[in-house]
Design a protein around this ligand. Structure first.
Ligand code: NAD
Ligand code: DAU
Length: 331
């Protein structure tokens, strides 16, 4: 297959491209605007006869159209992805997540190309900390932030293009990813690189908020499974039973890095901070036979810490700017 992967120079997209090259013989063309979050170096070392790179905006129909025409399937990762940025300046989230997705949908509709849309569990809002419930494909949409509301909007566009125009699309909503190539603005890499730099980790509020962690490589194998076996028009939730509260994760990072587990600061909480996400991925596991491979979060985190220790050249150029952004907000 010839895959067009949007956002393939970002965190999860680049992990997917590495996964595809290692586990299939598909050819990949990456379309990525290289915003602050995209890094061409995340694709270093991949063979030139398997992976091509095009710099461009998914909202630019003139760039998108010929690339889609040339593909057997589009896997759509490109997005503005960070909640804190969406609270500061929502506009790029509308441009990329809504108009960008619309532009891609019109192109796959014109050319009859299979489409897989990457989305997030945040479209479902949040769960109470003491609620045993988890999100399923039937949970009503209830997004909280400008980021998650634009992702919800993009999911609904995909559903409408399936129903109204017969576009051959699937959607997946995944929980929080960790692993290599994640931007230092995000929780886990921010704390790892803080410790490397001798800065105390920063926990929003009391740190009781729960996230359901999955290794990015497990997300990639799930997406490939859906691409190969998923039923058109269906949504699949992706998760690996990895619920942890933020305080536990910070303490674990400090312990794994040989520091006092209490050596972190509580900082200003995020506005509208979602309490808890939790995924029930029964449908994906039973219907399509997918299983996560990274069951041990502590082991996966230790490998991720090593990756950031060994790739300071990859993350250092972003670190000071990110910390200055957070410092302005008391975070
Ligand atoms: P990221 O911010 O690390 O990467 C986004 C990539 O998209 C970057 O390479 C950026 O340059 C590119 N991009 C942004 N705007 C673009 C545009 N207009 N045109 C072309 N390229 C553009 O994001 P991520 O964490 O890798 O997330 C990727 C996808 O996965 C997003 O759709 C996100 O909603 C979804 N998702 C993320 C998580 C998570 O834990 N990070 C979990 C579930 C779903
Ligand atoms: O659930 C999937 C979502 O996970 C994706 O859709 C998003 O693209 C992705 O960014 C992520 O969203 P979160 O807001 O959950 O991730 P973030 O890494 O920003 O924060 C994780 C938790 O850690 C959250 O409860 C906020 C908290 N936090 C974050 C930062 C950056 C801190 O306590 N301190 C921090 O410095």
């Amino acid at each position: 297959m010839r895959l067009l992967v949007t956002g393939g120079a970002g965190f999860i997209g680049s992990n997917f491209v590495h996964h595809v090259v290692a586990h299939t013989d598909h050819h990949v063309t990456v379309l990525d605007k290289l915003t602050y979050a995209g890094n061409r170096a995340s694709l270093d070392g991949l063979p030139g006869d398997r992976v091509a790179f095009v710099q461009g905006d998914i909202a630019d129909a003139a760039i998108v159209d010929p690339l889609v025409a040339d593909a057997d399937a589009v896997v759509h990762y490109a997005a503005e992805s960070h909640n804190d940025n969406s609270l500061h300046d929502p506009r790029p989230f509308l441009d990329t997540n809504v108009i960008g997705t619309y532009t891609l949908l019109e192109a796959v509709r014109r050319h009859g190309v299979r489409f897989h849309h990457i989305s997030t569990d945040e479209v479902y809002g949040d769960l109470e900390l003491d609620d045993p419930a988890r999100f399923t494909e039937q949970t009503p949409y209830n997004p909280s932030s400008p980021y998650s509301s634009t992702k919800a909007g993009s999911d609904l566009l995909v559903r409408a293009w399936v129903r109204s125009f017969g576009v051959a699309a699937t959607i997946s909503n995944c929980s929080n990813n960790y692993g290599p190539y994640q931007h230092v603005e995000k929780f886990i890499p921010r704390q790892i690189t803080n410790v490397i730099r001798g800065i105390r980790p920063k926990l929003y509020g009391a740190g009781a908020n729960v996230r359901d962690w999955i290794h990015a490589d497990d997300h990639s194998s799930a997406v490939l499974t859906i691409l190969e076996k998923g039923r058109i028009g269906e949504t699949y939730l992706i998760g690996a039973d990895g619920e942890k509260d933020n305080k536990t994760v910070v303490e674990l990072i400090l312990t794994l890095m040989g520091q006092d587990p209490g050596a972190y600061d509580h900082v200003t909480d995020r506005a509208g901070h979602d309490l808890r996400y939790a995924i029930d991925s029964t449908k994906l596991r039973t219907e399509l036979g997918w299983m996560p491979q990274y069951g041990d979060f502590e082991a996966g985190l230790a490998v991720t810490i090593d990756w950031y220790r060994q790739h300071e050249d990859w993350w250092a150029p972003s670190k000071d700017g990110v910390e200055a952004f957070y410092a302005e907000k008391g975070q």
